[in-house]
Each structure stands twice: as C-alpha cells, then as structure tokens.
Design a protein around this ligand. Sequence first.
Ligand SMILES: Cc1ncc(COP(=O)(O)O)c(C=O)c1O
Ligand SMILES: *[C@@H]1O[C@H](CO)[C@@H](O)[C@H](O)[C@H]1NC(C)=O
Ligand SMILES: *[C@@H]1O[C@H](CO)[C@@H](O)[C@H](O)[C@H]1NC(C)=O
Ligand SMILES: *[C@@H]1O[C@H](CO)[C@@H](O)[C@H](O)[C@H]1NC(C)=O
Ligand SMILES: *[C@@H]1O[C@H](CO)[C@@H](O)[C@H](O)[C@H]1NC(C)=O
Length: 416
Amino acid sequence: MACAASLFAAVPLAAPVVIFKLTSDFKEDPSPHKVNLGVGAYRTDEGKPWVLPVVRKVEKCLANNESLNHEYVPILGIPEFTQSACEIILGADSPAISGHRKGGVQCLGGTGALRLGAEFLRAWYNGTNNSATPVYVSAPTWGNHNGVFGTAGFTDIRSYRYWDPAKRGLHLQGLLDDMENAPEYSIMILHACAHNPTGTDPTPEEWKKIAEVMKKKSLFPFFDSAYQGFASGDLDKDAWAVRYFVSQGFELFCAQSFSKNFGLYNERVGNLCIVAKDTDNVNRIRSQMEKIARTVWSNPPAQGARIVAATLNDSALFAEWASNVKTMADRVLLMRALLREKLEKLGTPGTWDHITQQIGMFSFTGLNPSQVEYMVKKKHIYLLGNGRINMCGLTTSNLDYVAESIKEAATGSQCQ
Ligand SMILES: Cc1ncc(COP(=O)(O)O)c(C=O)c1O
Ligand SMILES: *[C@@H]1O[C@H](CO)[C@@H](O)[C@H](O)[C@H]1NC(C)=O
Ligand SMILES: *[C@@H]1O[C@H](CO)[C@@H](O)[C@H](O)[C@H]1NC(C)=O
Ligand SMILES: *[C@@H]1O[C@H](CO)[C@@H](O)[C@H](O)[C@H]1NC(C)=O
Ligand SMILES: *[C@@H]1O[C@H](CO)[C@@H](O)[C@H](O)[C@H]1NC(C)=O
C-alpha cells in the first residue's frame, strides 16, 4: 500500500500561460538593459506600476468608513457598481437605460464577465443547448477568447478576418465577407475599442457597415470592453461602437473590465452588461446568470467594485478619474510618437506609420517570429511571438535602446 502510485501520475504538465511566462523570464534575466514589453499593464515613465491617485483617495475613505463590513455581497454584485458600470459604457442617455432594458452582473474581471456570458449563452441562447452554435473571434484576437468559449462548452469556434498584414491595418472586406457567410444567429465576439493585439479599430463608418451585415444575418454581438478610455483618452469616444449597436436595436452583451482603466488588475473588477428587448427579458437572463455564478464563485469580491462605484457615483471623483485615465492614454500616445520618430530617424527598413495609427495599450510591430527571438534572446527585450508590444513598457530612458534593437532585428544584422 505504501508504494501505490499517485492517482495523478498520468496528469500531463500543462504548458505555462505564455504571457506570464514571459514576465517570469524577464524577472530572472540579470541583464541591466532588459525591457518588458509583454504583459498588458500600465507602467509610468519610470517603469513602475501606477496606483491611480483617485483610487488611493477612495481606498482611504473606504478604510476609514466604519459602516462598511465584510458581509457577503449579493451574487449579482453591488447594485451601485453594476448600475454605474452599465452607465459608463452605454451612456447616461442610452435608450436601453430609459427603456429599463439593461442590467449588469458583477464578475471576476473582464475574463469572468466573458466566461459568465459564454456559460449563459451556451445554456440558453436561442434554445437550451447551443454547444454547436458557431462563435466567431477576430483573427488574430486576445489569446484567451478561444479558451473561455471552448471551456464554456462551445465546440465550433471560428474566426473572421480582421488584420491585413500587407496593409498593416483592418481587413474590412474580409471581415464583412466572413460575417456575410456566417450561419445566421452565430455569436460574434467584438473588441469594443483598442483591439488586442493589433491596436487597430474600425472607424465609425466601418462599424456601421459591420452592424448592417450583423443585423441582416441576425448575428449576436458580444462586445469585449477591456480598454475604455485607454484608446483615445476619452471614455465616450471609446464606447462609440457599443452605443451605436444599441441605437440600432441589437440585443447584446458587453464584458467590461476595470483592470486597466482603474489600474485594479488584482482586484478582479468586471461587469457583464446586458441589453435586451425589455425589462422582463433582462430579469430572466439575470436570474439564470445568478444560478450560474452561484456554482462558480457564489459571491463576488467587494473592494474593487466599491472603489469603482464610489468613483463613478461622485462627480468630482469621476472627473479626477477621467483625468487619470487621460494621463495614461497620453503617455502611450507620446511613446508611440517618439518610437516612430526614432525608428524613422534611424532609417529602419519598412514603414512605421502604423505605430502612431494604432491605438490603445498595444502595437502590432510587424516583427516576425525570428526577429522577435532576436529581440528576446540577444537584446533582453521581452515581447509576444506575434510581434505585439505593450507601449507602456517603453520609457524615455529605454526608448532609444528598443528602437535601435528593432532596427537591428529588421535589418537582419543579427545574421552577420
Ligand atoms: C481583450 C481583452 N479582454 C479581456 C481582458 C481581461 O481582463 P481582466 O484582467 O479584467 O480579466 C483583457 C486583458 O488583458 C483583454 O486584453
Ligand atoms: C460609508 O459607507 C456607507 C455605506 O456604503 C455610505 O452610505 C456612506 O456615505 C459612507 N461614508 C463616507 C464618509 O464615505
Ligand atoms: C434559432 O436559430 C435557428 C437556426 O438554428 C433559427 O431558425 C431560429 O429562428 C432561431 N430562433 C430565434 C428565436 O431566433
Ligand atoms: C448539446 O449538443 C451537443 C452538440 O450538438 C451534444 O454533443 C451534447 O451532448 C448536447 N448536450 C446536452 C446536455 O444536451
Ligand atoms: C449616484 O447614485 C444615485 C443613486 O443611484 C443617483 O441618483 C445619482 O445621480 C448618482 N450620482 C452621480 C454623480 O452619478
């Protein structure tokens, strides 16, 4: 009996999560020149994480508020949080708000909101078992979309064309054709703004064409909004696409993450915003979501949601937050301008205007896998294999080194 094999002896070791592996490799790298352009988190120009000043202020108020306690919060979340979260994405004047046909569910980050939405759709969207309903993600997309929808039970995950490498921009015609050819009632995952990883969003005119095809084919829009405010620095502008779809009468879901725009990565603050035909539909949907959440996390964490709710519900704090978000967006815009300028000044082969045309936290550099390997192995600059860099990893002190390294990688001088 003593020497019996483990019941888990046959469990294979899973591959590490790429993006977090990159960060641990970076941490272990002793090089003084090392730069982390991998994981999607904001950094100051000193390369440090940033606690938003408005968040610090609200945290202190919460800590001193003796009337708060650590009782369970409702399964669907703190009402003030879900309401104000829906309001910032839909807009205070949304017909879905005045029509009482929106509702929110507090979730564990944007990831949790995507997963809850996926679990619900698999069980209840247009029938009671939709495992075989096609779910479309953009090509390329955030690495976790496939996993989230697959684990929720969807078996037919496809992609629609999005990125045109030749143009280094949106493949609009391919996208429209793929939607036109999708089976009716398919589910479409759409990045609300600051597309990850390409940094390329449709323009309002392009979104209108997308909405037109989606309406014609009865495709369901499931927006993923992880970067509201980060794309343009303007919270309303970054919510344009979601609001346009609502104005066109779609029923839709929007998974909102407050990880980036509040800098609350480790508090897991997300909201699943639901827009349906009427109040009754919203109530029935939320009642089923409550049952799903009950068996997964039961009750959501309070701290992050309290911070967000308190900030959004006070006009002075809200203004301070909007300004903090703009500080982050502006630093990214500055790094884009400086990187492009430096690459062009160095005479780096290729065109670099895409660096300033792309928006949000990421830029799709166009570096190929062997160029990326050169950057990581020889220059200690960590980025994803697809050439995506986090613009926030750039600072005024490492920018020249990064630009020179990109030039070396792009000229192939690494082969000499
Ligand atoms: C496109 C996209 N969706 C969702 C998320 C998930 O965010 P969260 O950390 O809130 O789960 C991210 C985070 O990187 C993202 O880039
Ligand atoms: C403390 O929290 C309670 C309950 O949320 C709230 O009503 C009250 O306004 C808060 N007090 C302060 C000083 O923020
Ligand atoms: C559900 O999907 C089928 C196609 O699989 C379609 O014929 C039907 O009209 C849809 N029902 C609703 C209510 O949308
Ligand atoms: C749901 O549908 C899939 C494919 O159509 C099938 O494999 C699965 O067994 C079904 N599940 C249930 C619970 O009916
Ligand atoms: C705060 O919340 C209350 C109650 O929901 C609402 O009436 C008020 O307009 C909100 N204030 C702001 C500034 O959002």
